[in-house]
Design a protein around this ligand. Sequence first.
Ligand code: TYC
Length: 129
Amino acid sequence: MSRWRIPIFRFARMQTSAQVRMNEPDDGNTDGPATGVVTRSKPKAKKPSMYKVIMLNDDYTPMEFVVMILERFFNKNHEEASQIMLHVHQKGVGVCGVYTYELGETKVTQVMDLARQHQHPLQCTLEKA
Ligand code: TYC
């Protein structure tokens, strides 16, 4: 009766660097298990840069509309949304949230689109955090 050969999972073929891997021997011998030192290389994935979504005050957009925007697109509760809206109303600008570039850009577009549909001049921009 022949013995089962158990396939060897070759860690060295895995190219993401965050995992523990076994070095292949450099003698060209690919029979049998990989031998060598277990190493842990530095994670390659970098933290994405973060961006603030900034809202600007104007004289015409209704306060309730701004509060609704903050609740709908920035997941604020009614109290948080009202506080941010009042901050923007009094200071001129305020932060709605901090996101990756792509998510922040999507939110800016959603806010500007809805404001335009309602003919409000509300402005929103992205700023590196
Ligand atoms: N200033 C507006 C008003 O008095 C309210 C407002 C608040 C508008 C925040 C825009 O980002 C804004 N109706």
